[in-house]
Design a protein. Structure first.
Length: 121
């Protein structure tokens, strides 16, 4: 994991990723946005990121596949899952594989920022 304060945001909705990026910026955290998991993996520099925030349901490499690939690659930083369609089974699966948090959309900005700050502390 990186010593930087750079957070990866993986979401196929540019409005959501932009809002999260603005929220993080307000707390002094830099971010880089990716439209799906494969974009992040293809960049090849996971060690730059102190945290990865990913939507669960996306085209291409979704949040579940991304989490499995991060595990396979040995990335051990905090992985935060966000979704507009939460269910207990997916929550259990993601958390049992080491997700730091599973957050339902719409996101409460203050609570989410507290969660991310605690994850990167």
């Amino acid at each position: 994991m990186s010593d930087s304060q750079l957070v990866a945001i993986v979401d196929d909705d540019p409005g959501v990723s932009g809002s999260i990026a603005s929220l993080l910026r307000s707390a002094g955290l830099e971010s880089e946005r990716f439209s799906y998991g494969g974009d992040l993996i293809d960049r090849g520099v996971l060690d730059e990121f102190c945290c990865i925030i990913s939507d669960l349901h996306m085209e291409g490499m979704d949040g579940k596949a991304l989490q499995l690939e991060l595990i396979r690659l040995g990335w051990s930083g905090p992985f935060i899952v966000i979704t507009a369609f939460p269910n207990d089974s997916e929550r259990e699966q993601m958390m049992s594989k080491g997700a730091h948090a599973f957050v339902s959309k719409p996101i409460d900005p203050d609570g989410f920022l507290d969660l991310v700050e605690a994850a990167v502390a």
